[in-house]
Ligand binder design. Sequence first.
Ligand code: E4P
Length: 218
Amino acid sequence: MRFFIDTADLDQIKEAHDLGVLDGVTTNPSLMAKAGITGAKNIEDHYKKIASIVEGDVSAEVIATDYAGIVAEGEYLADLAPNIVVKVPMIREGIKAISHFSGKGIKTNCTLVFSAGQAILAAKAGATYISPFVGRVDDINWDGIGLIEEIAELYAIQMYDTEILAASIRNARHIVQAAKAGADIATCPLHTILGLLKHPLTDIGLAKFLEDYNKGNA
Ligand code: E4P
């Protein structure tokens, strides 16, 4: 399973990149605003900066919700850098636009996916990635990881090429479960990726090894 970082914060993107485990970046309008990036020109410049830090795919989300607007904005975003992927919401006009982008060889990430039916439609339209929101499904007391499992099973049966990008990941356990459930990628905040490092027995074990080594050198 590949790792994308789910942020627009350049320092966090660089930190994850320096760790050597980063395969791409996802953003959304809320993450841009959280990083203090507002206004179309600033957002565009920011996408270029992000795309220059990582070699992998960088999802840039369209704001338009009508077909012509999504196509115009998506083609513009795709031209900003070779690794930009156009992130399109799971709406009727979005599906039409994904089909258009697919025909032109422009990579897409269909976002705001909450059901297996939506995942089928996005795959049929030729989406490169779909983003089921695991955490937000859990938030309404449904089963976010169960959704990943169901989509992975039906994509395998139907032999769809669309990749499952598990999004709205809230903790390290979600990453492990998404990997088991068949997600191709997990996009996570930096603290969640770093959460994979943590185990109290690792800390206790290392402290003991260092203590014993230093006894020998005393
Ligand atoms: C990424 O593509 C999604 O926009 C993001 O993971 C949503 O996460 P949230 O539910 O924590 O806002």
